[in-house]
Every structure is written in structure tokens, then in C-alpha cells.
Write a protein of this length. Structure first.
Lengths: 221, 195
């Protein structure tokens, strides 16, 4: 069980860091732009919430398969085969967990007090620097919450990574997939520790993450 | 010298002059101040010395480049920072820190979080934060709310009688006669309720 656990934690950690890097600037734009095009982008980022993860896995598999154009290009240029590899798991997780990073961040940025943003700008913060200089520090609890949700959600991911990663012990066999295999083989006594580990990790993370959102307060008016 | 033409409003403030904008609540004082600062977009025309800040057309200097210190009516203090963090925001080494902190009696509050302060304490922090910024124009929207008489006097003196504001134009909103006096305003602009 140790190998799948480490693999799951690695995928979750890498996914969370990458999604934070992409999600913070993207969420800032989503929170501040009001054109139809941006509404479409926002809907697209929420799509993984409602789609079966197998749909995501299916199309990612087609896109990155060694005989697809993209897959061939990746192999010939970087010698990088994403289907049935660790990289594939991360790509699938990035798509699958995207809304869990984006939605809390957008909510946080939209909750910013407009006058505080104006005050920051009169204090010399340019629109380009507003995100990192003011908005991110002012919404830190939301970022914390987004990262934790993203981490546990990736940890519990199943369909998308089974589709693109298969079930290769040590390479793509994460906890959730190892659990599926044990159940299929009717090895319930080995399935329990895996399931309980996932429950424990998620519960602890949610407990740690939850109170932070309550710390979001704005200066009394 | 500040020259403003926004809608029906025409006002000018010379170097070192203090202009009181006076009018009942709801007649647009705050919006006028925000428009002058560029916070309402490119409306009307605003010129500061030989620089056009906005002309309602092509020219618009963004608010962060205008060097305006602004005390907001609702203070707009940053809730995620403590008092010190607010005072030093984007301005790590303010010139008059000790003077301002002492006169506005903020010393004991420096490490407190904003939400734990009373209204009057928040008002002092908002005043101090603005006065510590480097600025060419000072705009105060009801700056003495919640301050007792002694503190009003101290704040008024700090604004009228110190190096901080020397020769800099000040615009100041109030509907309290006392505040207009405390700031020894030398010019008044009366706003009529619109509609």
C-alpha cells in the first residue's frame, strides 16, 4: 500500500502546486472580467465538476495516445509518452481538479472590498501588481481552502487517471486504483486499509482547511 | 494647482490651499472626490499643475500614478493586515512615521488587528495611513468621524501645521461645521443635492 500512497501524494502535491500557479492569475481575471468570452471560460473551468471523470480521461487518452498527432509530437520532440505514465496522471488531475482551485479563488477575489482595492491603487499599486501585492494576501484563507480541496480531490481521483494511466503498479497505480483492484480480486481485508487511509487523509485535510475560511473578515465599517 | 471640471462642478485648489467641499449627505461629495482621483474612470477634466490627469477623452493618468493620499469615508483599511501593516503598505519607510503615530496616538495600537479597533481608532489609523504616503494632493472624506475633541484638534493641527502637508493642496469633505473650522479651510465649495 505504501507505493500507491506515495504515488497518490506525489500526484496530489504536484497538481496542487501547478494549479495554484495557473489558477491564481486565471481566477483573478475571471473575477474581474465580465465579457461573454470570460463567462464561457468560467463555465469551461467548471465543466469537470459535472462531467464523469471518465469523459475527461477518455479524451485525454485520445489526445495523448502514442498514435495521436499530439502524442507523436511529444514523443518525437521530448521523448515523453504521457499515456500510461506519471505525467499523464498529472495532466488528467490538472483538468479534473481545476474547478476546486478556481472556484474558491474566484469567490475570494469577488469578495474583496472595492474600496480597499481603490485605496491600494491610490497607495501606488498598479493594476498589474494588484493581484500579488494586495489581492492574494487579502484572500489567503481562500487560497488555503482551494489548495486543500484541490489536494484531497486529486487524492480521491479515479476515473480520469484509470483511463489515461491504466493500472501499472509503481507507475500509475494510485491509492484509489489499488483499492479498485483489491475489491475486484475480492481482497477486502487489503481493501479496508486503503479505503480508511483515503478517508483519514480527506477528513483531516477538510478539518484543517475548514476553519480558515472563517478567518476571512474585512475591516469593520 | 488643481483644476477640476466634472459635470456641473468647477473647482480649483491652489498650492497650499485647503478647500472644504460642503453639502448634505447624498449629494455626491464622495463621488466627486473619487472622480477627481480617477476612481470613476475618465470623466470630465482634471488637471494638476501642468499635468492633465484626465480629459474625458484620450488622456487618463491611472490613479496609482497620481500621488494622491486619500482618506475614505468608510476608511477602507486592510483587514488582513495589522495597524503597522496598514501604515507601511507599499511604503516601507515613511518619513514622518514617529510624528504621525505620536500625534494621532497610535503607538499602542500598532500591533493590533484592524477589526479589534473601535471606530475612532480605525479613523486615526486611516488618517495616519494617508498622511504617511508620499503625496502631492491630499483628499479627506469626513476625516474626523468618531474622534473626540482633543484628537480632532491634534489631527487638525497635524494636517494644517506640519511639514507633511506643506504647500500641498488639500480637499476636504464634511457636513460638520466644526471640522471645517479645525482645518482652517480657506475656501469652500458648496454642493447642492442633484435632482
Amino acid at each position: 500500500m505504501i507505493e500507491p500512497l506515495i504515488l497518490s501524494l506525489q500526484v496530489a502535491a504536484i497538481t496542487t502546486v501547478l494549479l495554484a500557479a495557473v489558477g491564481i492569475p486565471l481566477s483573478w481575471r475571471l473575477a474581474n472580467r465580465h465579457s461573454i468570452a470570460w463567462r464561457v471560460v468560467e463555465a469551461l473551468t467548471s465543466l469537470p465538476l459535472v462531467l464523469p471523470s471518465t469523459v475527461i480521461g477518455f479524451y485525454l487518452l485520445l489526445a495523448f495516445a502514442p498514435n495521436s498527432a499530439l502524442g507523436q509530437w511529444l514523443i518525437s520532440t521530448f521523448d515523453w509518452q504521457l499515456a500510461f505514465s506519471f505525467g499523464g496522471l498529472v495532466i488528467a488531475s490538472l483538468v479534473y481538479s481545476l474547478p476546486f482551485m478556481i472556484q474558491p479563488l474566484v469567490m475570494g477575489f469577488r469578495s474583496l472590498d472595492a474600496e480597499q482595492v481603490q485605496a491600494a491603487s491610490l497607495m501606488g499599486v498598479s493594476p498589474r501588481k494588484m493581484l500579488w501585492r494586495f489581492a492574494v494576501p487579502a484572500t489567503k484563507p481562500y487560497l488555503m481552502r482551494a489548495s486543500i480541496l484541490c489536494f484531497v480531490h486529486t487524492l480521491g481521483e479515479f476515473g480520469a487517471i484509470l483511463m489515461i494511466g491504466g493500472n501499472i503498479p509503481g507507475q500509475t497505480q494510485t491509492l484509489s486504483i489499488a483499492l479498485y483492484e483489491k475489491v475486484e480480486l475480492l481482497q477486502f481485508s487489503e481493501a479496508h486499509p486503503i479505503a480508511l487511509t483515503l478517508i483519514t487523509f480527506s477528513l483531516v485535510a477538510l478539518l484543517v482547511g475548514h476553519p480558515h475560511i472563517r478567518e476571512v473578515r474585512h475591516a469593520q465599517r | 494647482m488643481l483644476n477640476v471640471k466634472i459635470g456641473e462642478h468647477r473647482l480649483s485648489v491652489a498650492t497650499g490651499q485647503r478647500l472644504a467641499v460642503i453639502g448634505a449627505s447624498g449629494c455626491g461629495k464622495t463621488q466627486l472626490l473619487k472622480s477627481i482621483s480617477g476612481l470613476n474612470g475618465n470623466v470630465g477634466s482634471v488637471q494638476f499643475d501642468d499635468r492633465v490627469w484626465q480629459d474625458g477623452g484620450d488622456i487618463f493618468v491611472e490613479p496609482h500614478k497620481r500621488n494622491i493620499a486619500f482618506v475614505f469615508q468608510h476608511r477602507a483599511l486592510f483587514g488582513h493586515l495589522d495597524v503597522r501593516g496598514n501604515l507601511l503598505f507599499n511604503n516601507a519607510k515613511p518619513t514622518h512615521f514617529d510624528l504621525v503615530v505620536e500625534r494621532l496616538q497610535i503607538n499602542a495600537l500598532l500591533d493590533r488587528c484592524i477589526e479589534k479597533l473601535s471606530g475612532g481608532e480605525q479613523q486615526r489609523v486611516a488618517l495616519a495611513r494617508a498622511l504617511l504616503q508620499p503625496f502631492d494632493l491630499l483628499i479627506l472624506d469626513e476625516p474626523f468621524q468618531g474622534l473626540d475633541k482633543g484628537l480632532k484638534q491634534a489631527a487638525g493641527e497635524l494636517i494644517t501645521n506640519s511639514d507633511i502637508t506643506a504647500n500641498k493642496p488639500i480637499i476636504f469633505v464634511s457636513h460638520h461645521h466644526y471640522e471645517v473650522e479645525a482645518l482652517a479651510t480657506d475656501k469652500h465649495y458648496f454642493l447642492e443635492p442633484s435632482i
